[in-house]
Design a protein around this ligand. Sequence first.
Ligand code: FMN
Length: 324
Amino acid sequence: MFKTRLTEMLGIPHPIMMGGMQWLSTAEFVAAAANAGVMAFLTAETFLTADEFREEIRKTRRLTDKPFGVNISMLPELGRGERSLGFAKVAAEERVTAAETAGNDPAFLVPVLKDGGIKIFHKVPTLRFAKKAVASGVDGIIIVGFECGGHPGMDDVPLSIMLPRAVDELSVPIIAAGGIADARGFAAALCYGASGVLIGTRFVATSESTMHETMKRRYLEVTERDTTLIMRTLNNPMRCMKNRATGQALEMEARGAGLLELLTIVGGKIGREMYAKGDPEGVPIACGLAASLIHEIKPIAAVVNEIISGAHAILSRIRTLEVA
Ligand SMILES: Cc1cc2nc3c(=O)[nH]c(=O)nc-3n(C[C@H](O)[C@H](O)[C@H](O)COP(=O)(O)O)c2cc1C
């Protein structure tokens, strides 16, 4: 067992979080991760209304007695302040354990979430945003490197630099994210001074992941050369596996398309449809470089146990200087 500030703060056995993933992080997936000892986040943006979100929180509670959290992703292009606030109020009323905020300044959500006794972890790609969030009262920072699935920010800095920078500059617990798929990444993050890790891509390729099997199997084929960044022209790049939809999005961007046109490819409606249908070409699918390290779909508990026992083995080898 690894005891860190994160395990103490949240009452979880392992310093591992599963990042919120739109369309996927529903009650079944989040409860399965919670039961494996991971802090997982129900993604509010998957739900059309705050009431549907409340129902999903209650459903998760019926599936697990372990702590879990919510992800509130603010989409900067759409200016969804009121919507995020509504989700935060529900999370506070339902008294979930933790919140992962992302995408925009969380200051307006902090008092609401704190009223519900929720520990807030803000996810950012840069120190500038991290410092601002800490000043507004968040409890921890999830620092994402350029390798990550989803939104790596505009600065293109890998986790090997962002993580020690964040550890040096901030006093709150730092959670490392981006490119972590196994015991080596986990152990390295702890060596850099992280209090825990947050993983997305590796957990998509698990037995309990709610992603359609056809899409899920694609993660096993992705190498380190098979992801791409779309939406950089909107100042909000997203790392996805290369497919027909990312090709179309990049063509649109090359000829100067704006948000409205891009939404025909990346918008919520098409995302919901294609994820339900399991079309691996019809929509951009967020995917980190860590996919190149995944070779098998297995249960979440098996992934977690391999990370924890593998990290013990690595660290004891290093302690005795028996290294490769
Ligand atoms: C399929 C998928 C969907 C994601 N959706 C969201 C989301 O809705 N909100 C969010 O904050 N992050 C989202 N992310 C990012 C993850 O929460 C996490 O930050 C990221 O996956 C960590 O990097 P890794 O993929 O290298 O592990 C998504 C990632 C993936 C792979």
